[in-house]
Design a protein around this ligand. Sequence first.
Ligand SMILES: C[S@@+](CC[C@H](N)C(=O)[O-])C[C@H]1O[C@@H](n2cnc3c(N)ncnc32)[C@H](O)[C@@H]1O
Length: 251
Amino acid sequence: MDSFISWIGGKKILRKKIVEQFPEKETFTRYIEVFGGAGWVLFSSDRHAKMEVYNDVNGNLVNLFRCIKYHPNAVQDELQYILISREQFYDAREQIEIRGMTDIQKAARFFILIKESFGADIRSFGLRSRDMQKAKEYLFQVSERLNKVVIENLDFQKLIKNYDKTDAMFYLDPPYYKTEKYYPDRFMPEDHERLKEVLEGLKGKFILSYNDCTYIRNLYSKYNIIEVERVHNLVQKKEKPRFQELIIKNF
Ligand SMILES: C[S@@+](CC[C@H](N)C(=O)[O-])C[C@H]1O[C@@H](n2cnc3c(N)ncnc32)[C@H](O)[C@@H]1O
């Protein structure tokens, strides 16, 4: 199934190519998506492993996932009262920060911000008409898919430490090198090195997505590096430019 949202750096286009690189299903019992975002890879299969974990450091995003998992009806009800206009979009941006809002009220507003912003940047109102009724109904399917998924809200280092085992399979899609500033939560340049150090001591298997650049190639030079191409979606030209991405594996 598809994810229910777009997200900056989301793997909608590449998800098939990424899953093709997974090890045989029998070789791992836990699947951990460390930089969850919209969870395109997670949602691309009915079940990746007996135990599945979705994680992201973004508290609003994790609250949205949790509310849809446990209270899809309540999120849908809350969405009924939020009509979409430019004014309401900017109201929702302010309201989400107000103390005293319930998790469900926040989740509905964050959902609107993602759906209605330009390129899902949460900041600017994007002028596009969407079938919100359909999007609302889809939340039930999402809730069912998340039924057995553990949802965490941790920094990657803590998460990896908690879940690492020899039969674990981690999929990691960090903010890309030099694109850190596009994310609401700061991922600092030195965090790329911190991530590499954490992965160095991993007991389980990992698959890591990155943009193709010399810095990342050098950082992960001792691993298995696979090059993949994807078409850039946001460019409205006849001839869409192609971009190289990397899939890095420790097996
Ligand atoms: C490229 S996006 C992931 C996209 C996702 N694979 C998808 O398909 O939508 C990177 C995500 O990492 C999260 N993130 C940033 N710093 C983090 C950290 N220190 N620990 C965990 N997650 C982090 C961001 O909030 C963002 O959602």
